[in-house]
Structure formats: C-alpha cells, structure tokens
Write a protein that binds this ligand. Structure first.
Ligand code: DQA
Length: 146
C-alpha cells in the first residue's frame, strides 16, 4: 500500500509559525513520525510539500496513479483552492484531510472548506497528532475497502 502525504503553502516553516495554532514540531519531524508509523503498518509513504497550488496538482496527477490514498493538509488552499479540490477528486482515491488547528473555531474565512464532501475524514485541532491519527484512519479505510 502506498500513500501520498501532501502539505500546502507555509507548512514548510512549521515550528516557526504561531505555536498556539500549529504546535512546535517542524514538518520534517512530523514526517519522520509518520514514517515510523508507516513502517509498523507496512505502508509506503511519498511526501510532498509546496507553496504553489499548481505544483501540488502536478504531483497528484503524476503520483496518484501509483497510490492507494492521500493524506493532505492543504494549508490556506483549504479555503479557496478549487483547482486543488478538482485534482483531488480526479485521483479517485480516498482522502483524509488534516489541520493542526481547529479551522472551525478561528477566523470566519477559515470556516469555508472547499474539501467538504470529498474527504472520508477530517481531523483538526490536534496539532501534529492529527497526522498520525489521519494516517491510521486512512490505512484502516483502504484495508477495509480493498
Ligand atoms: C491549517 C489551517 C489553515 O487555515 C492555515 O492557512 C494553515 C494551516 C492547519 O493546519 O491548521 O496554513 O491548514
């Protein structure tokens, strides 16, 4: 089983962002944690982060053909990234959405989520633990449905 781990704009500087919302871990640390768990589940992960919507789309178009699921934190693209949404739908893969902060309890503009209705699960407000839980849920789902 192979899972794509995607992170959108500004998540490359995790650890240096608002710690109350996003915690203290860097993206490399979070990815290392995910890799540990993936080895236990015998799952292969492919990581990608970009600050550019088109690059995320290019990656999905190329890599989704060889993958079984997507775990994504789209960053602010969550709130307006319609072409990323379309690309996610076009993968035809199960998608789990992760947010470090609780986007429903912050500014008004963050309450809009263009991934509504296309993800099998959304995890938010659990900081970096959300990624681990998200991976678990995605692996469970893929194992149940394949
Ligand atoms: C975020 C929430 C978004 O609103 C924000 O733009 C981010 C990170 C989160 O993980 O909580 O960059 O996706």
């Amino acid at each position: 089983m192979k899972i794509l781990i995607l992170n959108g704009p500004n998540l490359n500087i995790l650890g240096n962002r608002d710690k109350n919302h996003y915690g203290i871990k860097s993206l490399d640390e979070i990815n290392a944690e995910l890799e540990n768990h993936a080895q236990k589940y015998k799952v292969e992960l492919l990581f990608f982060q970009s600050n550019h919507e088109g690059e995320l789309i290019d990656f999905l178009q190329k890599e989704s053909k060889h993958a079984d699921g997507v775990l994504i934190n789209p960053g602010a693209l969550t709130h307006y990234g319609y072409s990323l949404r379309d690309a996610l739908v076009d993968t035809d893969l199960p998608i789990v959405e992760v947010h470090l902060s609780n986007i429903k309890k912050r500014e008004e503009f963050r309450k809009t989520d263009v991934l509504d209705g296309i993800v099998i699960k959304r995890i938010m407000g659990l900081k970096e633990k959300g990624y681990i839980i998200g991976l678990e849920k995605l692996v469970e789902h893929i194992r149940k449905t394949s």
